[in-house]
Design a protein around this ligand. Sequence first.
Ligand SMILES: *[C@@H]1O[C@H](CO)[C@@H](O)[C@H](O)[C@H]1NC(C)=O
Length: 148
Amino acid sequence: MMKPILICLVSCLLTIVQAIFIHRCDLAKILHEEDLDGFEGYSLSDWLCLAALESNFNISKVNENTDGSFDYGIFQINSHYWCNDYKSHSENICRVDCRDLLSLDLLPTINCIKKIVSGAGGMKNWVNWRLHCSGRPLSYWTTGCHLG
Ligand SMILES: *[C@@H]1O[C@H](CO)[C@@H](O)[C@H](O)[C@H]1NC(C)=O
């Protein structure tokens, strides 16, 4: 009778410990270094606004959608189109394992978001960006960040 409880305790604790968060300005710095400031006409502030809405800067975030696909990582990249999670059908346009989008090493994520915004619709691929970031004053997102 004790075992299931113990297992839950351990795995639940692990889940909490494993959640990786990134500071807003650390993310800004990495995106800046990877030339995303102005990439396809979108600013760092657009990316920060998007990350805040999609994951609240929780790199570990995974969310299941009603269609059975999953969204991964800080920008909640969808497994139906962009990455392969070996659970459901995927176009895998970014040619990446979805788990690599949950890593503190953001390069796989950055390569994928570059691909997404370069395609039709740009950042409108993220409904949250269109609804809550597009056309709004966003420069405060990078306030206090030293981008070097
Ligand atoms: C971060 O994401 C993980 C995975 O979805 C989740 O288990 C965890 O609760 C999230 N952390 C917070 C504080 O939202």
